[in-house]
Design a protein around this ligand. Structure first.
Ligand code: ZN
Length: 261
């Protein structure tokens, strides 16, 4: 089945997209709060403009939703934190789980203390604390080019993935996670036996994970509470996770291949 290359999804956050695009040198944009990322010198890059709580809206909420996306549920639930810049009950619940996990009072209010924790998860290059861009680039080309969407869009998808993986990492006891495959170019993917022709890896919203001492089943279970809509069976030699439902790339159906476990 052939599919058209999608445009940027309607729900796609333009501001976050631009931040990433600027970091990648793909666009010249003035007037956005991107200076820390451009200079690469600030350890805490996101310039939150004030306390956020239910009812808040705007770009800060969008960034918040990306960063707490791995705290979508308490138990296996086919749900995720919608990245729409609108701070509703689901975002508040995710914030509370994040706060609990990071030793903060579970207020659901994103004050300076919570913002500091959120910023501590970001590396100076815009990746996250425990994951690097280099882990997600195409293994053949070494970059984010040649996928089914442009490199900047791939990179933003990878960034959103990284924050969810940070949550899984906490949930498995802060054990180092190895990404054996992140983004794959169309050309590379075609050489992999059995690889899906519309794999989420081609868009930068999938990761294959291996964690020493942790079973795939455990990773699968943690991913069930972390906003992942695509989970390959845990019987493979790695655990595939993806964000298929949030992007208009795939079948738009939840895919938990081993069911709810
Ligand atoms: Zn995979």
């Amino acid at each position: 089945m052939s599919r058209q290359t999608p445009d940027i999804p309607s729900g796609f956050d333009r501001r976050a997209f631009l931040r990433t695009a600027v970091v990648g040198g793909a666009a010249a944009v003035a007037g956005l709060a991107i200076a820390p990322l451009l200079t690469g010198t600030a350890a805490q890059a996101y310039p939150w403009t004030g306390t956020l709580q239910q009812g808040s809206t705007g770009p800060d909420v969008t960034e918040l939703q990306i960063r707490v996306g791995g705290w979508a549920a308490d138990s296996a639930t086919k749900t995720y934190v919608t990245v729409d810049g609108d701070f509703g009950p689901a975002t508040a619940a995710a914030v509370k789980r994040f706060q609990t996990a990071y030793g903060l009072s579970a207020t659901g209010v994103v004050d300076a203390g919570t913002q500091t924790k959120l910023n501590a998860l970001e590396s100076t290059d815009g990746s996250t604390l425990h994951f690097d861009w280099s882990e997600f680039v195409d293994h053949v080309s070494g970059n984010f080019e040649g996928g089914k969407v442009d490199a900047a869009t791939v990179k933003e998808g990878v960034r959103r993935l990284m924050y969810r993986l940070e949550a899984i990492r906490v949930k498995i006891g802060n054990k180092p996670m190895t990404v054996t495959s992140g983004f794959r170019s169309v050309a590379h993917n075609a050489t992999i036996p059995g690889a899906a022709t519309n794999s989420m890896h081609l868009y930068g919203v999938a990761a294959d994970l291996v964690v020493s001492g942790v079973s795939n089943k455990t990773i699968y279970q943690k991913a069930e509470t972390s906003g992942f809509s695509g989970l390959e069976a845990y019987t493979e030699d790695h655990q595939h996770v993806d964000l298929r439902i949030e992007y208009p790339y795939g079948d738009q159906a939840w895919w938990w291949q081993s069911g709810t476990v």
